[in-house]
Ligand binder design. Sequence first.
Ligand code: NAD
Ligand code: UFG
Length: 345
Amino acid sequence: MKTILVTGGAGYIGSHTCVELLNENYNVIVVDNLCNSCEESLKRVERITGKNIKFYKIDCCKKRLLEKVFVENKIDAIIHFAGLKAVGESVKMPLEYYQNNLISTLNIIDLMRKHDVKSLVFSSSATVYGDPKSVPIYEDFDLKVTNPYGRTKLMLEDVLRDFANVNKDFNIALLRYFNPIGAHPSGLIGEDPNGIPNNLMPYITQVAIGKREFLGIFGNDYNTPDGTGVRDYVHVCDLARGHVLALKKLFTNSGLVTYNLGTGKGSSVLDVLKGMEKACGFEIKYKILERRPGDIAQCYASCDKAYKELGFKAQYSLEDMCRDSWNWQKNNPNGYKTKNKILVK
Ligand code: NAD
Ligand code: UFG
């Protein structure tokens, strides 16, 4: 049985990936400092799968503490989710973003080298494409970032490419996620943002549950079919499965590989809003506001490469994503802090 170290495993994408890994009979070790998550998510992963996770509450920037995990365990591969991810916050606190995202990843790479761990999946982002020259976006498009968060991802991609160039026995997957939404169908785990959500789906579900008055739609004058921004929303469980497929690829000694993970389809803000209204069965209030600075009109992936080389194809529709996001929100109105009555199917 292979052992996978999942950094940031208590977070949104990490917790869903832990479910997928445990269901595929991998041993899972999680390292997370819980700066944007809580241990309850891991307890729920254990409830969903009936399997155990070994958890270390450690900051990946603290190399001496992190090394303990490598000494105590024989690790076969690492999925490195740990990082700060809010674009707006990164503009206000660039140093914190550079420190956290760069140092944690450099520590991971160095410890991999020292302890002979040869496979790494790295969380990159569609943000590395900036404002693309056309859609769909292919992996070989130019890379251009516009904010410190995006810059950390691009810098780390460069670091990993340089490292892989001279360390041919290391296998590294750079996975560029598009817009993950949805939640595990059990309603036990999902996205649990702190404070006012920055992203569309958690904002809409908080309006639907009555926590916020209305959704502000950031512009309806883009050059898109209905004027609102178009993105490639991908179910977090599809994304999680993509990580397991990427791992399997790495175990064939792939060297460095890069894949978009999305659905290949664009949906507008209004499409998502309508999808959520259908899922909840009532109307959701919204107002058209000014464009949000830094937003682009449209962004969706070509996922041909991930399909050809990994066999990855998203299976959940926008309707499924809305149903599962709503299921999570209504069962956990206060996220993991909700005293919970529930639920497993
Ligand atoms: P998340 O915040 O829910 O999860 C990240 C986890 O990492 C959290 O549990 C946090 O506590 C932990 N963490 C942060 N810094 C750490 C450190 N120094 N040491 C240990 N743990 C640390 O975010 P997510 O949405 O699950 O994103 C996971 C990864 O995917 C991130 O790297 C993010 O940049 C990337 N990504 C996310 C999206 C998205 O829209 N959610 C899109 C593209 C890329
Ligand atoms: N939007 C609104 N109102 C809101 C929030 C968002 O109208 O309250 C709109 C945005 O203008 C955009 C769309 O909804 O058109 C999606 O916005 P998100 O903030 O949910 O997502 P982004 O595409 O802006 O960015 C996200 C992550 C980035 C990541 C990128 C690509 O926040 O970190 O997806 O993966 F880089």
